[in-house]
Design a protein around this ligand. Structure first.
Ligand code: COA
Length: 133
């Protein structure tokens, strides 16, 4: 496989192309990809974005907000279905870690991925709390 994993700038991304990766991964069912204004803000305001491209085509993405010092919130990770389980998700998370090496990575798992994160060394945190808007 000849995939390229690299950090990219959210404001430079093609929002429609990102939405297509969410859709083709299955994550689109759990994110507001149909609300184009909100989804564009999610992409543009993320300050740590790692992409996987195959011959230029976006096939995976990790979208984060990081202070690059203490914590990186990994909001979304998505790999298109026909490329899943080929190491791309793991490589995206490794690149997120390398981009902000002092920061711990924090995330909320989708139900389908609850067994995935412990597989990669993540530990469950018993005192996570949410305050919805
Ligand atoms: C979850 C997701 C990002 C994983 O990416 P991926 O590229 O398919 O996973 P990888 O190939 O990097 O897998 C790394 C390892 O985890 C394992 N794995 C992959 N998906 C798994 C799952 N859902 N449950 C448990 N283990 C999983 C792989 O078998 C592999 O194991 P190995 O290192 O022992 O060979 C991807 O499947 C996806 O986009 N899913 C749909 C969207 C989603 O649910 N995103 C998570 C939002 S919180």
């Amino acid at each position: 496989m000849n995939f390229r994993i690299s950090q990219e700038v959210g404001t430079d991304l093609d929002v429609a192309e990102v939405a297509e990766v969410y859709r083709a991964s299955g994550l689109g069912a759990r994110r507001p990809i149909e609300d184009s204004e909100r989804f564009a803000a999610m992409v543009r305001n993320a300050n740590l974005v790692v992409c996987c491209r195959d011959a230029g085509k976006l096939i995976g993405i990790a979208r984060c907000v990081s202070d690059y010092s203490y914590a990186t919130y990994l909001s979304d990770i998505a790999v298109v279905a026909d490329h899943q389980r080929s190491g791309i998700g793991k490589a995206l998370i490794a690149a997120v870690g390398q981009a902000a090496p002092a920061a711990k990575i924090v995330l909320l798992s989708a139900p389908a991925a609850t067994e995935y994160y412990p597989h990669l060394g993540f530990i469950r945190h018993e005192s996570a709390w949410l305050l919805n808007p």
